[in-house]
Design a binder for this molecule. Structure first.
Ligand code: NAP
Length: 300
């Protein structure tokens, strides 16, 4: 599978697998091992997590895979996030959902993630959401400490707009390597507000979360979804896609920003459809057919 270079000694697989929903799949450790090995066989080596997924339980579930098969660690890149504090029975001290990008919290969160994953290092740590109470000097101190200690190799952000990313970058001595953002034909905001432009400007390939609109695209009866499904079906026929998910992935993959879609399904046949999309292509006019269907009108 194609790889995307994010730094001289860091590359991600073009498709990433996301573990947000791991706790919902009711998988045993053996099932999870099978899933991880299936991804690796397909060339999907990058796995996306966050401390909070599954109410703070998904990292540990994944860690059980690495406990049984520690040799898998060197075949993969682990991405995780921190900075959101959820109200959860697993964190009874949180009285309100809030963000925490203090040095103390970032460092503590990484220490916990390392234990959960049973690993010595995280490949990329992302700040999960822009924090209106962020002290970027503290974030820089935390990142520098974690890098120097070898606990985190590289850093990035998630859901950051242009000004927020530029602001944090200005406090760091090393480049942020990615911005993980919502990118799907169903939700065009980041294509329109300068967020993707900044990725292009900085040569910083973005990770695309919810590339299938979290599954809404298959079932929603909203006008936008209905219009988009029609366009996806018609372009799909033209490009030889087997299903509309392949068309949605292709729409992201052909974009010049080197978008890395995060596949959110735990089902092998659905992961396979993302892989199929890597061999499809789409013309500019087909791309705009889908864009227009999502917009609901012609481009100006
Ligand atoms: P997605 O691929 O847009 O949505 C996955 C959902 O769609 C799953 O519930 C899946 O169900 C369903 N689905 C897939 N194919 C389907 C089909 N053919 N018919 C019906 N339903 C179908 O991705 P996502 O899970 O929302 O997000 C992907 C990853 O992005 C997450 O795992 C996480 O790592 C990351 N993420 C990050 C942020 C952030 O703020 N940084 C936010 C959200 C997500 P099945 O599981 O049953 O296949």
């Amino acid at each position: 599978m194609e790889r995307i270079q994010l730094a001289s000694d860091l590359s991600f697989s073009r498709l990433i697998h996301g573990l947000w929903r791991l706790d919902k799949w009711n998988y045993s450790t053996e099932d999870t091992i099978e899933l991880v090995e299936y991804c690796l066989e397909q060339g999907i080596t990058t796995f996306d997590h966050a401390d909070i997924y599954g109410h703070y339980t998904c990292e540990e579930r994944f860690g059980k895979v690495l406990k049984v098969k520690p040799s898998l660690r060197e075949q993969m890149e682990i991405v995780t996030k921190c900075g959101i504090k959820l109200i959860s029975s697993n964190r009874p001290e949180h009285k309100i959902k809030h963000y925490d990008t203090s040095k103390e919290h970032i460092v503590a969160s990484v220490e916990q993630s390392l234990k959960n994953f049973r690993t010595d290092y995280i490949d990329v740590l992302l700040i999960h959401r822009p924090d209106p109470f962020m002290n970027p000097e503290e974030v820089a101190e935390a990142f520098t400490k974690l890098k120097e200690e070898g606990k985190v190799r590289y850093f990035g952000v998630s859901n950051f707009k242009r000004s927020q990313l530029n602001m944090l970058q200005s406090y760091l001595n090393f480049p942020l390597v990615t911005n993980q953002i919502e990118l799907t034909a169903y939700q065009l905001e980041n294509f329109q507000d300068g967020t993707v432009d900044l990725c292009l400007e900085k040569r910083m390939p973005p990770m695309a979360w919810s590339p299938l609109a979290g599954g809404k695209i298959f079932t929603s009866e909203k006008e936008r979804a209905v219009r988009l499904r029609e366009a996806l079906n018609s372009v799909g026929k033209e490009i030889g896609a087997q299903s509309i998910d392949e068309v949605l992935y292709t729409w992201l993959l052909v974009h010049p920003a080197k978008i890395m879609p995060i596949v959110g399904s735990g089902k092998k046949e659905r992961i396979q459809r993302a892989v199929n999309a890597l061999s499809l292509t789409m013309t500019r006019q087909q791309w705009f057919t889908i864009y227009q269907a999502s917009l609901g009108h012609e481009v100006p």
